[in-house]
Design a protein around this ligand. Structure first.
Ligand SMILES: [Zn+2]
Ligand SMILES: [Zn+2]
Length: 318
């Protein structure tokens, strides 16, 4: 199973600025001079081996959109944040024959999770089939509303694809695109839902926009069961622990440390931090990742937990 991240930022998309890029170049060139890098081969090796990810690359700025490859002639994706525009472009260039079929799992309808849909090219293709799954009653209403005049030029009713809405229930597993999919209610303003995907003995959990109160033992236990033995958990780690327990308590998001604790309790193999704070630059996200890796090493039990921070374009083989 391959997971591909098209959008990883929370709340609002962000873009690198000229100043950000200049700072990366300046840092990289200064380090290169110190290292005596003086040939194209050395440049490539230097970028690969000596530069931090936050200097040589970027965590990216699209809001949530995560594809799980199905191995079939249909697509499966979680959320329609701004990353859905690039995902739709990939589908259009890859589709050689037959109708486009896309299955979308919606965590909730906050704007950062639906804003890519009006820019999702397959929605404009006659004969394409888009099935939108979710536990909220308001998904269709929200998608139609965001394309209403005067806020958007193309009304939802003018989309050419066949678009179907399918209501799911928390705790009730369904089969979608060859996966057994189980939704779980999460603590978030207006509710959100996580999804556990299972196939061939492997499990992936998509759990974003979810605040955890570890002192609520029954709730914690329910999440441990939801994450149990997962090969990958994509986790809302928007805040640092300090933010999560102070100023931003009850804002509906979680922290890196809580992610590690839950993943360790659940015997998870890989925790991927997701829904990055829009105010954080690449260096800040990298430092949160480094802090999280150190915390995992200090608290490690019988099994090491892989910790990563999602970036736009990242692929994880499960
Ligand atoms: Zn969000
Ligand atoms: Zn939200």
């Amino acid at each position: 199973m391959l997971v591909r991240f098209w959008g990883t930022r929370g709340s609002i998309p962000v873009a690198l600025t000229s100043a950000d890029i200049r700072r990366k170049i300046e840092t990289a060139l200064s380090l290169a001079i110190a290292k005596g890098v003086d040939s194209p081969d050395k440049v490539r090796a230097f970028i690969d081996n000596d530069l931090d990810f936050s200097i040589s690359q970027t965590y990216g700025g699209h809001s949530p959109c995560v594809q799980i490859e199905t191995g079939r002639a249909e697509y499966l994706v979680c959320d329609m944040g701004s990353g859905a525009r690039a995902f739709g472009g990939r589908i259009m260039s890859a589709q050689k024959s037959g109708p486009i079929v896309v299955n979308v799992l919606m965590s909730h309808v906050h704007w950062d999770h639906i804003m890519g849909f009006p820019f999702f090219a397959p929605a404009y293709v006659p004969g394409a089939r888009i099935r939108i799954f979710g536990c909220h009653d308001v998904i269709e209403k929200a998608l139609r509303l965001q394309q209403c005049s005067p806020c958007f030029p193309v009304d939802f009713s003018r989309l050419s694809a066949e678009i179907q809405f399918v209501k799911l229930e928390a705790g009730k597993a369904v089969d979608i695109a060859g996966f057994r999919v189980t939704p779980k209610l999460q603590r978030h303003t207006g509710d959100s839902y996580g999804y556990r995907f299972e196939r061939d003995g492997k499990a992936i959990v998509y759990s974003t926009d979810s605040e955890h109160k570890l002192e609520d033992l029954s709730e914690t236990q329910a999440f441990v069961e939801f994450f149990r033995n997962a090969d990958l958990v994509i986790f809302d780690a928007m805040y640092s622990l300090l933010d999560a327990v102070s100023v931003k308590e009850d804002w509906g998001h979680s922290s890196n440390m809580v992610g590690v604790e839950l993943a360790q309790l659940a015997n998870v193999r890989h925790l991927c931090m997701f829904h990055h704070e829009p105010a954080f630059n690449d260096e800040r996200i990298q430092s949160v990742l480094n802090e999280t890796i150190r915390f995992e090493q200090l608290t490690r039990g019988a099994r090491a937990l892989v910790v990563s921070a999602a970036f736009d374009g990242m692929e994880i083989e499960v």
